[in-house]
Design a protein around this ligand. Structure first.
Ligand code: CA
Length: 539
């Protein structure tokens, strides 16, 4: 059933860090494990036989030999190869402020809270953006390739991807859930695929699922019989419980929650009382100017102007989706512990980007405010300190080289992310000084530790925010005469980033569009994935 790769002799393994030292370590440790087993079993066998024959002297000698060997056995056990398993839990459209342990008193996320306590949280992790409305696609393309937005094909053709690299260096790779970068790349990366959803979104009770067959083809699409998050959890739990291989595993679980339709199962749909939920601090009924993308699918899920009641109602449903997913994450981690593999497993939790959910008058992720481009990012596992947070500026595509370092793999050519290991080892405070983000042809942004500039080229407008004093991006300082020099410097930084990542977008338009906009009572149409009750409630 499992594909056996001759990875020790593969060109890949020969060229990687693992090829020399660690391969020997792996082979040596296999002999060590056999010897360890002998040291453990032999004295036990002799003691048992002597007890049967009542030979007291030999019995005592063997007992002494066994006690002498105890520390030796322990040392041998520790010499096992230290390539950890990797369990990667990935959510869809989850804001960073939806984890209770980060200070949200209104949401229940006990499983994620435990991960926060057990590991390192990167509180300023970003998606670099998107050139299209479906931000999920490039975010995942960047994640799996380690490359920046303008240097990765959306179908991942022709680039080394994370599961592929792990697979080629001896990992069994299992994937379940949403894969938004085409079927070919999934089959290239994963040796096992169960309940895989190729697409962007679906009614969570009718997800069209496929399994990867051993010949690299897929089963026919069939609708899932349970809620999406439960199905994906079931798939990985089944994989973990039946895993019998010597080689380490990479298990990738890509939930499609809390992406809309925001339709949590009943228990979770009534868990949050909308009237008790606060509005986002930066709630607005409408975005104050035409940002270039204000009537797309995500934005059309509630009427304009946004009302506090509608935003609270959708937030209750969004939180319900997150808490239900959190419960499934708890089930997965419990199953991992039951297998005895937890201590040698690196657990990563992240999301592909955030979501507006009423902030700045917006609902979606097609904007460059913090709530939409930032995502949760947590690492837990052997050698990783507990209960720590870093405010280093990171990208989600830093996960790729970080996993490479933790699994002893040379980072492939073309990977532009940075390993985050030196941060939690206290060897580095940061891996970059600023973050660049982009959306379509209408938004570009750059931030450093304190300041953030967003540029809207289609209307020749800039926003400047002091993120230290205004983390929710409420007060635009771009037109403040005192900030003229800062705006100029941030614009220059933005242009340097554009050059660095091959972004050709002009930042000033010769014929700017009107910036004023009022969407009051604009007609909306639901997409085909929304269930009937959501259409009745919100359309
Ligand atoms: Ca997404």
């Amino acid at each position: 059933m499992y594909e056996i790769l001759d990875w020790q002799n593969s060109p890949w393994a020969q060229g990687c860090q693992l090829s020399a030292g660690q391969l020997r370590t792996t082979a040596a440790s296999r002999h060590a494990a056999s010897f360890s087993l002998f040291c453990f079993a032999f004295p036990h066998l002799v003691i048992f036989l002597c007890a049967m024959r009542k030979s007291k002297a030999i019995f005592l000698i063997c007992l002494a030999v066994e006690f002498t060997l105890v520390p030796f056995q322990a040392a041998l056990a520790q010499s096992k190869p230290d390539r950890p398993n990797v369990l990667f839990l990935f959510s869809d459209d989850q804001r960073t402020d939806t984890i209770a342990a980060y200070g949200n008193r209104h949401i229940r996320t006990p499983s994620l809270d435990r991960l926060v306590k057990q590991g390192v949280s990167f509180r300023r992790a970003y998606c670099m953006g998107s050139m299209r409305g479906a931000v999920c696609v490039p975010s995942r393309a960047m994640l799996h390739s380690g490359r920046t937005l303008f240097r990765v094909p959306m179908d991942l053709q022709g680039v080394k991807i994370l599961p592929e690299v792990l697979r080629q260096t001896g990992y069994t790779t299992f994937g379940t859930g949403k894969w938004h970068n085409k079927e070919e790349s999934f089959a290239r990366g994963f040796s096992h695929g169960k309940s895989v959803f190729f697409g962007g979104m679906s009614n969570h009770l009718k997800v069209p699922l496929q399994d990867l067959k051993s010949d690299g083809t897929y089963t026919q699409k069939a609708p899932g019989s349970k809620f999406s998050s439960e199905l994906f959890a079931d798939a990985v739990i089944n994989f973990l419980k039946n895993y019998r291989e010597d080689r380490p595993f990479f298990a990738y679980v890509a939930f499609s929650a809390p992406h809309d339709p925001r339709m949590p199962p009943k228990k979770y749909a009534v868990m949050y009382e909308p009237s008790k939920l606060p509005l986002p601090i930066n709630f607005l009924p409408q975005h104050p100017f035409f940002n270039g993308h204000m009537t797309g699918r995500d934005e059309s899920l509630a009427a304009w102007p946004r009302t506090p009641e509608i935003i609270r109602g959708q937030t209750a449903e969004y939180y319900g989706m997150i808490t239900q997913m959190d419960y499934q994450i708890g089930r997965i981690i419990k199953a991992l512990k039951q297998t005895g593999q937890a201590k040698n497993t690196l657990i990563i939790f992240a999301s592909d980007h955030g979501l507006a959910m009423g902030s700045h008058g917006l609902l979606g992720k097609q904007n460059l405010y913090e709530h939409s481009m930032r995502a949760p990012l947590i690492f837990v596992g052997p050698g990783i300190p507990e209960d720590q947070s870093s405010h280093a500026l990171t990208y989600l595509f830093d996960i790729f080289p970080t996993i490479c370092q933790l699994t002893g793999i040379q980072i492939p050519d073309g990977v532009e992310g940075q390993s985050l290991v030196p941060i939690w080892q206290d060897k580095q405070k940061s891996v970059r000084d600023s973050i660049f983000t982009a959306f379509s042809t209408v938004m570009r942004a750059v931030r450093n530790d304190r300041w953030k500039l967003i540029r809207y080229p289609h209307i020749n407008k800039s926003q400047l925010f002091d993120l230290h004093n205004d983390p929710h991006e409420l007060k635009n300082l771009a037109d403040d005469p005192d900030q003229e020099d800062r705006v100029r410097k941030m614009m220059a930084l933005l242009q340097r980033w554009q050059k660095r990542v091959d972004d050709q977008q002009e930042l000033t338009s010769a014929n700017p569009q009107p910036a004023a906009i009022d969407l009051t009572a604009k007609e909306r149409k639901p997409d085909r994935h929304q269930p009937e009750w959501i259409i009745r409630k919100y359309f």
